[in-house]
Design a protein around this ligand. Structure first.
Ligand SMILES: Nc1ncnc2c1ncn2[C@@H]1O[C@H](COP(=O)(O)OP(=O)(O)O)[C@@H](O)[C@H]1O
Ligand SMILES: [Mg+2]
Length: 286
């Protein structure tokens, strides 16, 4: 049975994409799972870090991104084909991972975001069901499906939630970044009630953590206390440290990257160990 997890936060720049791509690569390389990444973010960051800009441009010019799926539903056309849109070998690790697949996003998504609400006038489908109708059977081929969502809870993110079993919230452990978390949780709860779904909180993962910053420590303590009394969802024990290798990891064309240790650091390095441990925790909970 495949498990589908949306990676969400109302804020941008909190490490959603870095977590999505890193977790996907560790699940495939270290755990030998078969993983599909669905990039729903118009920023197209996980797409570009998993296949590079040239491959993205090629696919974007031949109707093979999720933008084309949604555009079809707005314009009542049928240009998008799921099978040929899934990239079946992704990542710059080991010359490409055949068990890491991607449904790419497109920068062009931005143009149609405010027209999504009109879906249903042309196609006989609710705006939140577009992705589900297209991929529902296909995603059963994977152990895990990770969805990189845009930084809001609009219709595109709701398309992701609508096929998800769980959602995961990465956050920088400071006051402003964690401020919106209760809002995310209550919005997903109301999405569940409205759509008779049961998307469950998998947990919160601290990203860009700096152990020498007192503010990070106290924020984590507070979140842990709230999680313990059920006011907040589970806080993962493992934190992703602030590390330049994490930022470098998103460069598909980076030179000298072949093994997972070249990309994330050797065994014992904080970043490699963090991703390795997060992958362990993730597999325990899901
Ligand atoms: N642990 C980290 N250490 C250093 N830089 C990071 C880390 N995680 C993310 N970054 C960088 O921070 C920026 C935002 O991260 P990203 O994953 O793109 O966030 P989001 O997807 O939430 O917008 C990117 O430039 C990324 O490379
Ligand atoms: Mg992102």
């Amino acid at each position: 049975m495949s498990k589908v997890i949306s990676i969400i936060n109302l804020k941008g720049g909190v490490g959603k994409t870095t977590l999505t791509v890193g977790l996907a690569e560790f699940l495939v390389v270290e755990k030998e799972y078969k993983v599909l990444v669905i990039d729903l973010d118009p920023q197209t960051n996980s797409t570009v870090s998993l296949i590079g800009e040239d491959e993205w441009a090629l696919r974007n010019s031949s109707n093979r991104t999720l933008f084309h799926l949604f555009k079809d539903k707005i314009d009542d056309t049928s240009n998008f084909d799921l099978e040929s849109s899934v990239v079946k070998r992704c990542s710059n690790l080991y010359g490409g991972l055949s068990n890491l697949h991607l449904l790419p996003s497109s920068l062009d998504f931005v143009q149609i975001q405010d027209r999504l609400i009109n879906i249903g006038q042309t196609a006989l489908i609710r705006p939140i069901d577009v992705l589900k109708r297209s991929v529902n059977d296909y995603i059963k081929n994977y152990d895990y499906v990770l969805i990189d969502c845009p930084p809001n809870l609009g219709l595109v993110t709701q398309n992701g939630l609508n096929i998800s079993d769980y959602y995961l919230i990465p956050t920088i452990p400071d006051h402003l970044s964690t401020y919106g978390i209760p809002q995310i949780i209550s919005s997903v709860n109301s999405f569940n009630r409205r759509t008779e779904s049961n998307v469950q909180a998998l947990g919160i993962i601290a990203s860009m953590y700096r152990s020498n910053v007192t503010r990070h420590q106290t924020t984590l303590m507070k979140m842990k206390t709230k999680a313990a009394v059920g006011e907040l969802s589970r806080l993962f024990e493992t934190r992703i440290p602030l590390a330049s290798k994490a930022a470098d990891a998103t460069h598909f064309e980076a030179e000298g990257v072949n093994t997972i240790k070249q990309k994330y650091g050797s065994s014992g390095s904080p970043l490699f160990e963090a991703f390795s441990q997060i992958t362990e925790e993730f597999c325990q909970y899901v």
